[in-house]
Design a protein around this ligand. Sequence first.
Ligand code: FES
Length: 109
Amino acid sequence: MAIIATTFGTGLSYAGQLPFKRVTAGEMGQKQQRMVVVRAEGGGGGINPEIRKNEEKVVDSVVVTELSKNITPYCRCWRSGTFPLCDGSHVKHNKANGDNVGPLLLKKQ
Ligand code: FES
């Protein structure tokens, strides 16, 4: 996975997959303004590296009143071995990529 960071207003911008190609904001056709955009690119295959790739779209639904635990973590990093549930794989992903993703917590009331 490549992380693309774009910093406008500082005179430096980065675009493309690793290794980064250094370009100016003007070369990217952007107005000079202060903002940072960081997004994950899935290396040509999207953000999902391997979860249920035989499905056209991965969609899950949960009836919240039927949750078995008081708090149920759902994966948002697409790295869980128990997807759609979080198995803590985001910790390894965050350390390896300097990322900060974490699960969606569904709380039973
Ligand atoms: Fe994906 Fe925890 S394993 S958010």
